[in-house]
Design a protein around this ligand. Structure first.
Ligand SMILES: [Zn+2]
Length: 291
C-alpha cells in the first residue's frame, strides 16, 4: 500500500487553491508561452473565477477545462480527495462511502465515482504485448446478471441470461486489459488480439474461440480445464483467472451489483489498480499528473 497518508494529502492539498495551482502547473508547466500574445508570460490567479490571466494581454487559462472537474460545482479538493481514496483502496470505493467521507449528496458521490473510474480507464490505456518468449494469457468470463428470479422467468432458465461477457488479456509480469464482448466468438476477440499481441506465446483454455490462434500465426498452448488440467509448463491461465476472481469478489463486496452499462468503467478502474500494482506509490501521482 501507498505510504501517502491522509495527513500528507492534507498537507499537500490543504484547500481548493492548492489543487487548482497543481492542475495549472501539471497541465501548462511553469513557464507558459501565452497562446494569445505569444510572449513568455507569468499567469496570475484571477480572484473570482478558477482561472489564470496572462501578465501582458490578460488572456485567460482555465486549468479545469477538459478535466473531469470542468462542469462540476463540487470543490476541487473533494475531487482530489476522492481520487486519493480510489488509489488507496484495494476493492474500490462505493458511492455511500464517498458520500460519507466528502459530505456530498449520494447523487453527487455516485457521479464523481463514475467520472473517476472513466478517468482511471483513460489514464491506464491499453498497452502492446509482444516479443519472443513473453506469455500472454487470454480468457473470458461472465459477469453480472444477478436478478436471478426475473431473468429465470424471462429466459427460461438460461444461466447466461443478463450476463455480460468480458474478454481479457494479460502479459505475465506485465499489463492487463479487458474488453466487453457481445458473444463468445472468434470474431468478437480477434480484432482486440490482433491490435495488441505481436509474437507472444499465447496461453488459453480449450474454448473454441481460441482455436484460430495457431493459424493466425501465434504459438498457442492450451490447458484442458474439463479434464482437470490447469498447468502444463508455462501454459496456464492462472494470472487472468486470479484477476477475474479478485475483481468479482471486490465488486460483490463493495458494490453488490454493477449494471451492464457501467461495467466497463469498473473494469477500467480495476485494470488501473492491477497495472500499477508494482508501484502503488505512484497510483495517485499518476492520476494527478495525467490531466
Ligand atoms: Zn498574453
Amino acid at each position: 500500500m501507498s505510504d501517502f497518508t491522509v495527513l500528507k494529502f492534507m498537507k499537500r492539498f490543504p484547500d481548493d487553491e492548492s489543487c487548482l495551482d497543481h492542475l495549472m502547473s501539471v497541465r501548462f508547466g511553469d513557464s507558459i508561452t501565452c497562446p494569445k500574445c505569444n510572449q513568455e508570460s507569468k499567469f496570475h490567479r484571477i480572484k473570482k473565477i478558477p482561472a489564470y490571466a496572462c501578465q501582458f494581454c490578460g488572456h485567460h487559462i482555465h486549468p479545469m477545462a477538459g478535466t473531469p472537474f470542468e462542469r462540476s460545482s463540487t470543490p476541487l479538493q473533494k475531487w482530489f480527495y476522492a481520487m486519493y481514496l480510489f488509489t488507496t483502496s484495494r476493492h474500490g470505493v462505493p458511492a455511500k462511502e464517498l458520500q460519507r467521507q466528502l459530505g456530498v449528496t449520494y447523487k453527487c458521490a455516485w457521479r464523481m465515482g463514475h467520472e473517476i473510474r472513466k478517468y482511471m480507464t483513460d489514464v491506464d490505456g491499453d498497452g502492446h504485448y509482444g516479443g519472443s518468449g513473453t506469455v500472454v494469457e487470454m480468457d473470458e468470463t461472465s459477469m453480472g446478471g444477478r436478478k436471478r428470479n426475473r431473468d429465470y422467468m424471462m429466459n427460461r432458465g438460461n444461466p447466461q441470461a443478463g450476463k455480460t461477457i468480458v474478454f481479457g488479456m494479460v502479459e505475465r509480469e506485465g499489463s492487463l486489459q479487458t474488453h466487453v464482448i457481445k458473444k463468445r466468438t472468434r470474431k468478437a476477440i480477434q480484432g482486440h488480439v490482433k491490435k495488441v499481441v505481436k509474437g507472444s506465446i499465447v496461453s488459453t483454455d480449450e474454448a473454441g474461440i481460441y482455436k484460430y490462434l495457431t493459424k493466425a500465426g501465434y504459438i498457442h498452448g492450451t490447458v484442458c480445464h474439463e479434464d482437470g488440467e490447469y498447468v502444463r509448463g508455462m501454459i496456464h491461465t492462472n494470472t487472468i483467472e486470479g484477476f477475474w476472481s479478485r475483481l468479482k469478489n471486490s465488486i460483490r463486496g463493495t458494490h453488490v451489483h454493477v449494471s451492464k452499462k457501467h461495467l466497463p468503467k469498473y473494469l477500467g478502474e480495476f485494470e488501473y489498480r492491477y497495472n500499477m500494482r508494482k508501484s502503488p506509490k505512484w497510483m495517485f501521482e499518476r492520476l494527478l499528473g495525467s490531466f
